[in-house]
Design a protein. Structure first.
Length: 487
């Protein structure tokens, strides 16, 4: 039965215990007063599955909505023509987007990066309007408060699949503090989000660097080919090694001397680990001295079952929902108290591979140790020196595809370790693998440090904001020191 929410039908609850002197209104009235409003995205009859295109105007779907940001990964797109036809549904910087179904309590703030994108099917758009006395960043911070998220979920329609509509959001009670208090709350909120997003971008760069080095060394064999070319040209042994050094550094040979001596020494030592020729094999040409093998020769599937009830309730728990697609970092996790069935244990240095629907490419190197879903394979290098090689290999698209085509099950395909262990590869000598692990481990440890910093920032922010919204902390008390602590 559809519920009819109106301002007169329900009291304006003080959801965050805000000070009595703050004004209070409904979200609908605030939007109306500012010249904005709340509306749904286009219905399915206005935008069909066949209308989506590989490139074009991004369409924000519920799966793209995260509290800190709009996630552009795997985002659907529409054509410019459809964007013009559906112009009333385009978003502007300062709009707030909700999901209409499922995780209805989460919302994301539209930034300049998403200006002009489409509020997609399955979403709701809040627009405060040009004359609004409420700032979008303040409103977003308020909507992220646990009490407000609980209110939205409680009033959503549907027991198994919550549904949100414009009437519910229009009736949401919103406290309106002074402009100064709004600015302070918005500053804390945006500062933490911006720093968390910066950490994400840094981590993505570090991950891309590690994968690029892996492909250069172990897929394209660039240092070996550089040596082979120099050798064929009649170069001396020193010149042959410098050719590999240039390939490792991504520079011309003439540019090497501009590097610091310590860097040159390190490059020379690494270059010396590569041979100067290739040899034929069943995999094609591979470096001389390398062995043809399979993943199972250097990695294993750790199978240690554990029941959450035997662990501390705060033990980290990782489910498939916590691992992001195509992201080697793990940013979120739950706790053992969230689950009550048998799980798998993982430790520091293990890799996690989502075996259910492996085409989702859910592979990560967690910054924690704990337990995980049994639909996640715990992969551990058999020898520590191959850790970097194993981690980068299982994140490579060709390996994920190998696992996917061998998965079994029509509706819920699952990959099996015995198949994944048969993945053929050219195995480098342990000394070279160890050098690679030493290099990428620095990248991984730095990115894991960023993960912990982001969680600390989020926890600090989530502690401060309720106090600010309740008036327990005031602007003069927090001031610039609060912003400094979050930056």
């Amino acid at each position: 039965m559809k519920r009819n929410y109106t301002q007169s039908a329900m009291a304006l609850e003080n959801l965050v215990n805000s000070p009595n002197e703050w004004k209070c209104s409904t979200l609908g009235e605030i939007c109306k007063a500012g010249g904005g409003g709340i509306q749904t995205g286009p219905f399915g009859s206005q935008l069909h599955a066949a209308d989506y295109v590989p490139e074009g105007i991004p369409s924000i779907m519920p799966k793209n909505i995260m509290v800190e940001r709009i996630n552009p990964e795997d985002i659907a797109c529409i054509s410019d023509e459809d964007a013009k036809r559906l112009a009333k549904y385009l978003v502007r910087s300062g709009d707030i987007i909700y999901s209409r179904r499922g995780d209805v309590e989460k919302c994301a703030l539209v930034t300049d990066n998403e200006n002009g994108w489409l509020c997609g099917t399955g979403c709701l758009r809040i627009r405060l309007g040009e004359q609004s006395q409420v700032s979008p960043a303040y409103l977003h911070a308020f909507l992220a408060h646990p009490n407000v998220r609980e209110w939205v979920l409680r009033h959503a329609i549907g027991a198994t699949m919550p549904n949100l509509n414009t009437s519910i959001l229009n009736a949401l009670p919103v406290p309106i503090p002074s402009d100064e208090a709004q600015r302070e709350i918005a500053t804390i909120w945006r500062t933490s989000i911006d720093k968390i997003e910066l950490n994400r971008r840094m981590n993505r760069t570090l991950e891309e660097m590690a994968q690029a080095i892996f492909k250069s060394w172990f897929v394209n064999f660039e240092p070996v080919k550089a040596k082979a070319a120099a050798k064929a040209a009649g170069a001396t042994a020193e010149e042959i090694n410098r050719a590999a050094m240039a390939a490792l550094a991504g520079k011309a040979r003439a540019e090497l001397d501009a590097l610091p001596p310590s860097t040159l020494d390190s490059l020379a030592q690494t270059a010396a680990l590569f041979p100067d020729s290739l040899q034929p094999s069943e995999l094609g040409e591979i470096p001389v001295g390398w062995e043809v093998g399979k993943l199972g020769d250097i990695a294993e599937n750790r199978r240690e079952g554990v029941h959450p009830s035997t662990l501390s309730p705060n033990t980290p728990y990782v489910g498939l929902e916590h691992i992001e697609k195509l992201c080697f970092s793990l940013y979120t996790w739950g706790s053992a108290s969230d689950v009550d069935s048998q799980k798998s244990r993982f430790s520091k240095g293990d890799f996690l591979f989502g075996k259910l629907r492996p085409y989702f490419h859910k592979v990560c190197y967690p910054a924690i140790e704990g337990i995980c879903s049994t639909d996640i394979l715990v992969i551990r290098p058999s020898k520590l020196e191959y850790s970097g090689f194993v981690g980068c290999q299982i994140f490579e698209p060709n390996f994920v595809e190998f696992a996917n085509v061998r998965s079994t099950g029509t509706r819920m395909p699952r990959a099996k370790w015995k198949d994944m262990a048969d993945f053929p590869l050219a195995i480098p000598p342990s000394q070279l693998a160890d050098k690679f692990t030493e290099l990428v481990s620095q990248h991984w440890e730095y990115k894991n440090s960023n993960v912990h910093q982001s969680r600390t920032l989020a926890e600090l922010r989530d502690t401060l904001l309720p106090k600010l919204l309740s008036g327990e902390l005031t602007v003069p008390v927090t001031g610039s020191k609060t912003e400094e602590s979050l930056s």
